[in-house]
Design a protein around this ligand. Structure first.
Ligand SMILES: [Zn+2]
Length: 465
């Protein structure tokens, strides 16, 4: 009988890694990093032998879905990687960035330990830039949406648009056991039907088994239209009172959505004499990839790219690559909008801008993404009066806006509606959620669908499908 064992994103949101074994073929779906409070688990052994894996399917290029792939390669994986072309391109820049951060963190810890004479006890970095290069020297097969790839006589996979980020997919796996044909769908991360930048989530069809994320299984989002209105209002209010705007943003998807809205504002003459800075080398690179892959974008943006009008560029926009350019933004005292990473203010250039602007009540800080417990962004939202950056105490006096409706994940209703588009589901397995989120989602699924069994997957539990 075929089995699926989850080695990550079971009872938690990060570390996605699910091993399907059917007829002796081992297919790994995602190999992500554990993040936040479970970060250390990324350094533990996988729980399986990487050299045994035949295929590695990547649903999309967020670090919690791809962040352990170089470790997998370093430890012996020599199979075939299958993903959309956009996912491979994005994965390359994301993993390079991750490796740089891992090395920087290692160097800081090593120097500190060296001063105490304890450098021998310092854990080696998870991987380095060479491991990232090795990853992309493996055999890579590009998947196209809705085109079946036969891996062998009794195993085939098909990618479908997940409406989450550039290149994202949910994956349908078909296999034969004896005389029986079976199907299992792995959702990866799913968005919803209508997205600002990428194509929307494709409907389901027929499957026996569904592995589905449950990140927002316990909640409903505000509508995207309402959120855009709130966002524009926050910008206009701030500029009108002579202040500047800081937007901590994730490099992938959220930044492009923000640029898309700011471009509209620019064209509507709502940003006259305003300078917009995209102050993140990673976000600049990611935006280039959105232009490189127009067919992954929704119809409106695809058309814009094909007609050679970059949908993410407008006359007020400045891209700041170098550290010097970034520091020079400090000279702009008013009419300035700064988009910088990291999205949860745990590092990156946004901290430098906080130093110069967070103390000023005329300025605004607009959060456009979820701030995880324990991050600086969350501390600010929770109302802290002071923060400390590089040992300097900074008063939090800027006006704080929190816009909640920009999520790249579907909410409870989106996911229930999506489940409803499938035929034939007998079993639903919940992954990629904290236990309270998965429990609430399980109750909601049971309430809406009578004849479906729902199970919250535990890490390393053998599920027979
Ligand atoms: Zn994701």
């Amino acid at each position: 009988m075929a089995t699926v064992v989850s080695y990550g994103a079971a009872g938690t949101v990060t570390g996605s890694c699910h091993l399907l074994e059917a007829n002796g073929i081992k297919t790994l779906i995602d190999c992500g990093m554990f993040q936040g409070s479970v970060e250390d688990k990324s350094y533990e052994p996988f729980g399986f032998d990487p050299s045994d894996i035949d295929y590695l399917i990547l649903t999309h290029a967020h670090i919690d879905h791809i962040g352990r792939v170089p470790k997998l390669v370093k430890e012996g994986f020599n199979g075939v990687i299958i993903a959309t072309e956009a996912t491979i391109d994005v994965a390359y820049i994301m993993l390079q960035d991750a490796a740089k951060i891992l090395i920087e963190e290692y160097n800081i810890i090593y120097r500190k330990a060296q001063r105490a004479g304890e450098e021998k006890s310092v854990r080696q970095p998870l991987y380095d830039l060479d491991d990232v290069e090795n990853t992309f020297s493996k055999t890579i097969r590009f998947a196209r949406y809705n085109q079946k790839i036969a891996l062998c006589d009794f195993l085939a996979i098909t990618f479908h648009q997940a409406g989450h980020i550039l290149g994202s997919a949910f994956v349908e796996v078909e296999f034969t056991e004896g005389e029986t044909d079976k199907k299992v769908v792995f959702s990866g991360d799913i968005g919803n039907k209508k997205r600002l930048v990428v194509d929307g989530l494709e409907n389901g069809f027929y499957t026996n088994t569904l592995y589905i994320e449950s990140t927002y299984g316990d909640r409903l989002h505000k509508s995207i239209d309402e959120s855009i209105k709130e966002f524009k209002q926050a910008i206009i209010e701030t500029i009108d009172r002579g202040g500047n705007v800081m937007i901590p943003s994730f490099a992938l998807e959220r930044t492009q959505e923000i640029l898309y809205i700011l471009k509209q504002m620019s064209e509507n003459k709502e940003l006259e004499n305003v300078n917009v800075f995209l102050d993140s080398p990673l976000a600049i690179k990611a935006t280039e990839l959105y232009n490189k892959h127009p067919f992954f974008l929704n119809e409106e943006n695809e058309k814009d790219v094909l007609e050679l009008e970059n949908p993410f560029t407008f006359k007020n926009l400045n891209l700041t690559q170098s550290v010097e350019q970034s520091i020079a933004i400090n000279n702009f005292q008013d009419n300035t909008i700064i988009i910088a990473g990291s999205g949860m203010c745990t590092g990156g250039r946004i901290l430098q801008h906080f130093k110069h602007r967070l103390w000023n009540p005329a300025n605004s800080l607009i959060f456009v993404g979820y701030q995880v417990e324990g991050t600086l962004g969350r501390k600010i939202i929770d109302g802290t009066q002071f923060i400390s950056i590089h040992k300097e105490k900074i008063a939090v006096r800027a006006k704080i806006y929190t816009i909640n409706g920009f999520s790249a994940h579907g909410d409870q209703k989106d996911m229930l509606d999506w489940i409803d588009t499938f035929n034939g589901i007998e079993n639903i397995y919940l992954i990629h959620g904290e236990n309270y989120q998965a429990r609430a989602f399980k109750d909601a699924i049971k309430a809406r669908f009578d004849n479906v069994k729902v199970h919250i997957v535990k890490e390393r539990e053998h599920i027979y499908i």
